[in-house]
Design a protein around this ligand. Structure first.
Ligand SMILES: Nc1nc2c(ncn2[C@@H]2O[C@H](COP(=O)(O)OP(=O)(O)OP(=O)(O)O)[C@@H](O)[C@H]2O)c(=O)[nH]1
Ligand SMILES: [Mg+2]
Length: 191
């Protein structure tokens, strides 16, 4: 069988760590479109993604994961739909230190509602160690209240193994819903 390709989307609020997560796992130098951040109210970091991030992971059988990161800022939300087209799954990243992380979840869950409705999504809660509220259970409830089911786990997007764990959980979720044949996480452990 010829190698397959899987498109995965990292989305979530400004500073949640989409660019960082892709850089943590990509085997190629990630393509970044970060520009100077003029929205220090949104997040006090030096740069922000204007169009997309792109990274790749090749699995041992030759299958390829194409990793796309969206811009966080809603003024670039036209990119969300463009990037989401044809994706296998969506990773929603949350920065739990932001003022209203549950609202952030609702905003991005709505924007990527198709993936959630088809059980092709996972939620990663960042900065959990320093900001344990809202709790994982509250995020579960928020997902349920939207009428969806998606795994929720705490992650440090700077850690490769945490990002791979997110992908593993996402693939299990997709497989359980019997939507698609999915890659095996065991194939992803080679750097
Ligand atoms: N201290 C700390 N820093 C973290 C943690 N998780 C992520 N970060 C940092 O938060 C920042 C996230 O920035 P980006 O990866 O640019 O975030 P982004 O989601 O791509 O943001 P936009 O492109 O602006 O939407 C990085 O500097 C990370 O190192 C954490 O748990 N603790
Ligand atoms: Mg970014």
């Amino acid at each position: 069988m010829s190698p397959r390709e899987y498109k995965l989307i990292f989305t979530g609020s400004m500073g949640a760590g989409k660019t960082t997560a892709i850089a943590a796992v990509s085997e190629i130098e990630p393509c970044s479109t970060d520009v100077a951040n003029n929205d220090s109210g949104g997040h006090a970091k030096a740069t922000t993604t204007a169009a997309l991030d792109y990274g790749e992971i090749t699995l041992t059988g030759g299958d390829k994961l194409r990793l796309y990161g969206t811009p966080g800022q809603s003024r670039f939300d036209f990119m969300w739909k463009i990037l989401g087209q044809g994706s296998l799954g969506v990773i929603i990243l949350i920065d739990n230190s932001r003022p209203d992380p549950l609202r952030d979840l609702r905003d991005y869950a709505q924007a990527f509602g198709d993936a959630l409705a088809e059980s092709r999504a996972v939620v990663g809660i960042g900065r959990w160690q320093t900001h344990p509220s809202p709790s994982i259970e509250e995020f579960h409830e928020a997902v349920r209240d939207l009428g969806y089911a998606a795994p929720v786990l705490s992650v440090d997007v700077r850690e490769r193994r945490d990002v791979l764990m997110l992908l593993d959980v996402l693939f299990h979720q997709i497989e359980a819903a019997e939507q698609h044949a999915v890659p095996a996480i065991a194939d992803m452990e080679t750097p």
